[in-house]
Design a protein around this ligand. Sequence first.
Ligand code: PNS
Length: 158
Amino acid sequence: MKTAVYPGSFDPITYGHIDIIDRGSRLFDNVIVAVLNNPSKAPLFNTEERLDMIRKATAELRNVEVDSFSGLLIDYVDQRGANTVLKGLRAVSDFEYELQMALMNRKLNRNVETVFMMTSSRYSFLSSSLVKEVARLGGCVKELVPDYVFERLLEKNK
Ligand code: PNS
């Protein structure tokens, strides 16, 4: 059984993430979307809200599970009996940090591989941070996130 963990902050989930989850779910037997529970990062959406939005986004994908984790990603991957970390790469600018994390994770556990998927070009400019900033400043992010995420962004910015 090939299980991949797709980790991230998902604050909030965007169509860019959903693209990777959807394509990843066709490559692996199971995909666990793992939300980093890190209150010190002061996310806009708390962990429960983020989990809820991801569950809605992945409801139709039978082999996708949504969970949260604290501490080291590599420990969580091991705990879940997975052997792969799935990541999306948007642009060259992502590469350096992702390479560092992949190499550090391999140093910590050489049995876990990091697999990168190229984000679809139509989402290559998309990030949760930019979505939050544009929404906060009154710009329209309707085409970048599912409707229920859009509504919650509106709520937060009231
Ligand atoms: O969506 P993000 O914020 O880019 O995701 C980053 C994430 C959650 C994948 C990364 O910060 C992470 O793995 N954090 C868990 C703590 C950890 O294992 N740190 C060492 C990474 S080499």
